[in-house]
Design a protein around this ligand. Sequence first.
Ligand code: ZN
Length: 329
Amino acid sequence: MTFTHPDIVRIELQTPFPVGSVNAYLMLSDDARVLVDCGPNYDPAREALQTSLASHGLQPEDITALVLTHGHVDHVGLASLFQSRGVPVYALQGVQTWLTPGGEWDHYRAAFFESLYTSMGVPRDLIARAKRDLFLLQKWNDRSVVDVELVPGQTLPWFPMYEVLHVPGHAQAALALWNRETGDILTGDQLLPHVSSNALIEPTLDATEGRAATRTQSLIQYRANLQALARMELATAYPGHGDPFQEPRDLIRRRLADQERRQSQFYELVAKAPNSTAFDIAVKFFPRHLNQLSLIMSETLGFLDWLEADGKIAAFETHEGVIRWRSTQ
Ligand SMILES: [Zn+2]
């Protein structure tokens, strides 16, 4: 049996977030109509998505399956629009926790970040604001359920030329869909054309009751994943935000080189001001972005992790439980 390659149709949807628009993709063949991501639960996004489906003669219930690249609200908020009409939702293990806004997981993450930011020297008022923002974000989400867990390495049931890749870094439970025959790749937010993806810090999923979760070393993971992608045959990339683009490996090499430059800048900051907290360093690197605490702390911690792994800096804990860094060279 031969399968025809699906057409990939980009559907650009407005979001209420600084990132601007988000992309959903319709994978269309004679046999299946698979939607990859669906936008936030936001009226302009819902209307645009339904209009775009209608232009292909489709109603939400005509979608064969909804595949989620990762759990961030700008990609998943409208999942219930499809699920309530019987469309099965496919995603990696770990995405489910993001689909229950206001639930246990949100409270768990709020407590996790409060304790992380406290140990990184973030002032109390900024921590309180970050916690509020975490819950406010969920205004654009809705409850839904992952019906089928995808496993990295498997192929899509409707399009067997597409392999599910696990691409941790920007998010932990993040996938890309790679066409083994053509090299086309739907990247989610792992690789974006005009902005560098944030490698966001998350609590690890292995935490047990009563024990604080450890955090991910997201930038180190992200770089390893970009290096792995750079060794693959890649053709057209279909990103989660921005226009599709060619030669994703060129962009990957540029991103890796930018990160290396940034790493030396972070090293200089630690070397010049020994005993700084991660927050002290974040303020120096991103003086105008204190209102985006979670982004700048993830970015700063990512580079500190990497410098520490390279043996260039060391962390130590002070008596009040705050972690500080100094150069070892
Ligand atoms: Zn994202």
